[in-house]
Design a protein around this ligand. Structure first.
Ligand code: ATP
Ligand code: MG
Length: 361
């Protein structure tokens, strides 16, 4: 076994017949045992990337390397890679255990070995008593687990999952996210999962590649993507963020004072290398939870008018008008200090210690 990454995409391009660009020079390394998610809006190239790794699609240029070996010319079946498709693609005419045994049979395994492996796989996904069930009699979550078992039983080095949980309701989905993560860590298999759900990606991935229009905007662990997005696109795609126009005023001991969206002049801490001199215009990314309610007249606050209020469980999400901009503000329900209602004017400021990335204007 090689010491380097398990999988490497090296300047992979995909132009479809007719000229539409699917991927624009994707380079990416995936470590052994890693859970990597491909995250991005519809049409950004997530499925195309997965299909190229699996071998269902041939890149226009570039290479796919597994364990350092160029597998670009190999057919899907010749790669140690399995895919769980979005619609599960189970065989409806076979029962659960026949579905799971299918890949093993193709590989020439039969008899007791095959039966043992199928039994182990069923136990792994928590369905030991459904071996003889017909696919049509299973719930969505159970089908998803059968598809996982069918992919895992062949012990792939790499498991590819294309939106595997998108058909499930919210509570089953959260449960299956935990299951997936547990399985992945238990087996030590490398997972690459496609999703357009940022909450899902943030909660289960070791690293996330954020894609936009056929290229990768940033690859990082969830906390880095959240705290230090490399572009406006990433800042806007990961979590809810206020992207506000600002002007650098001056350096102060605790950060940089900016003029933001009208007359607010907060001191901002963040990646300061972009804001080299007074007068520089840039974009400040401020999370809703980093804006806090203050008392009117407190220094560095602004007064805004509440345009709408949404109930978010432990907090209220307000849309507040500030000059010509509008900001999302999260107010924890146990810390609401004044009457919060639509049309009310409230004083707001930056939470002490909030890290607000500064991005090119
Ligand atoms: N077979 C094809 N022929 C022509 N264009 C294609 C083909 N497959 C994908 N594309 C185009 O390539 C781009 C990327 O498609 P892809 O399916 O990879 O997106 P995606 O990120 O998976 O989107 P979604 O979240 O909607 O599934 C899109 O613009 C799409 O229209
Ligand atoms: Mg897709």
């Amino acid at each position: 076994m090689n010491a380097g990454p398990l999988l490497r995409l090296d300047s992979v391009n995909k132009v479809f017949p007719g000229g539409s660009v699917g991927l624009d020079s994707i380079s990416l390394s995936i470590e052994r045992g890693e859970f990597l998610s491909l995250l991005g809006p519809s049409g950004c190239g997530k499925t195309t990337t997965l299909r190229i790794i699996a071998g269902f699609e041939v890149p226009t240029s570039g290479r796919v390397l597994l364990d350092g070996k160029d597998i670009t010319p190999l057919r899907p079946f010749d790669r140690p890679v399995n895919t769980v498709f979005q619609d599960y693609a189970l065989f409806p005419n076979m029962n659960v255990q026949e579905n799971i045994a299918f890949g093993l049979t193709l590989r020439g395994m039969s008899g007791r070995d095959r039966a043992r492996k199928v039994k182990e796989a069923l136990e792994l996904v928590g369905l030991p008593d459904r071996a003889k069930a017909q696919i049509g009699s299973l719930s969505g979550g159970q089908r998803q687990r059968v598809a996982l078992a069918r992919a895992l039983v062949c012990e792939p080095q790499l498991l590819l999952l294309d939106e595997p949980l998108s058909a499930l309701d919210a509570s089953l989905r959260e449960h299956m996210q935990n299951e997936l993560k547990r399985l992945q860590k238990e087996l030590g298999t490398t997972f690459v999962m496609v999703t357009h759900d940022q909450t899902e990606a943030l909660s289960i991935s070791d690293r996330i590649a954020v894609m936009n229009k056929g290229h990768i905007e940033q690859i990082a662990d969830p906390a880095t993507l959240y705290d230090r997005p490399a572009s406006k696109f990433v800042a806007g795609f990961i979590g809810t963020t206020n992207l506000l126009p600002g002007v650098f005023l001056q350096r102060e001991p605790t950060g940089i004072r900016f003029q933001v969206a009208g007359d607010w002049r907060p001191v901002v801490t963040g990646s300061t290398e972009l804001a080299a001199m007074a007068g520089t215009r840039l974009t400040i990314a401020i999370r809703p939870e980093d804006i806090v309610q203050m008392r009117k007249g407190d220094p560095d606050t602004f007064l805004g008018e509440i345009s709408s209020i949404a109930f978010h469980g432990h907090s209220l999400r307000l849309l507040v008008k500030l000059g010509s901009s509008s900001l999302w503000v999260d107010v924890p329900r146990d810390r609401v200090e004044t009457d919060i209602r639509e049309g009310a004017v409230i004083a707001l400021g930056l939470r002490a210690g909030a890290c607000c990335p500064l991005l090119a204007a």
